[in-house]
Design a protein around this ligand. Structure first.
Ligand SMILES: [Fe+2]
Length: 263
């Protein structure tokens, strides 16, 4: 089974890259299932339900979120009805949505677990993922050998530690949030595929998908203005992972695809 894990989608540039580039990419890599982090889809700040539909129309099968899950009130109202969207599983149980979902892929069942890290997030402060991750993976393994753990976290060491915690338990531990594709994709000793960050879908000539001038202004002045989405040089970034019948990873490779947006 070949699965494409895409980096965070940032604004119209990322959504356009997916619209015009994802289907070909999936065909080229013989992809069976596609997962993305979608929390930057609505101009970099959260995601609205109409934008979820655009990602699905472009060929995405599951949309994970992170600390920006509920930036748009529309998603608070609608996430419970969206069967392809996951918010982090370590939100309180009373929060709408879920962080663990099963999907059918061809004749197999897979599980996706989405969790949020702790370091450097001013808000929200969720339950410690290290205390819950193993139990959730164990529960999922009773249903399917294919358990894909998507860890949305800031610190590199935090993500790598989760990789080792779940080594041999989850099929993969895939990091998101950094919006920079890291070069440490590999398979850990017990067959778990790992990467610290899957990068972004969006402008590759930008600061994490945002306009560099605006980011420089923020750092220079400490004035908390909104970041501005950047439209230069659209790219799809992520990793392709192949899993065997037992759910163990066979190979992982990074994916970078430049996309020309049609008029
Ligand atoms: Fe994030």
């Amino acid at each position: 089974m070949n699965v494409l894990f895409l980096g965070e989608n940032v604004g119209r540039c990322g959504t356009g890259a997916l619209k015009y580039g994802l289907k070909t990419l999936k065909q080229d890599l013989a992809i069976d299932f596609t997962v993305i982090n979608g929390e930057g889809t609505s101009m970099g700040y959260g995601i609205m339900s109409d934008h979820v539909k655009l990602l699905i129309k472009a060929g995405v099968d599951a949309v994970c979120l992170g600390e920006k899950s509920f930036f748009k009130i529309d998603i608070v109202d609608n996430i419970a009805k969206m069967d392809k969207v996951l918010r982090p599983a370590n939100y309180p149980e009373t929060v709408p949505g879920t962080g663990l979902r099963y999907f059918n892929v061809n004749d197999k069942k897979i599980c996706i677990i989405n969790m949020l890290g702790m370091m450097s997030f001013q808000f929200p402060h969720l339950n410690n993922p290290y205390l819950y991750a193993e139990d959730l993976v164990k529960k999922a393994k009773e249903v399917t050998p294919y358990v894909f753990f998507i860890f949305h976290a800031q610190a590199t060491a935090e993500k790598t530690s989760m990789g080792y915690l779940l080594n041999g338990k989850a099929s993969c531990v895939i990091g998101t949030h950094g919006k920079v594709l890291t070069s440490d994709a590999g398979i850990l000793s017990e067959g778990t595929a790992y990467i610290t960050d899957t990068g972004r879908c969006g402008s590759s000539l930008s600061v994490g998908g945002f306009d560099p001038e605006r980011e420089i202004y923020k750092y220079s002045t400490a004035v908390p203005v909104h970041s501005k989405e950047c439209l230069q040089k659209p790219q799809i970034q992520g990793v392709c992972v192949s899993f065997d019948e037992t759910g163990k990873a066979q190979f992982i490779k990074t994916v970078i695809k430049d996309v020309l947006l049609e008029n």
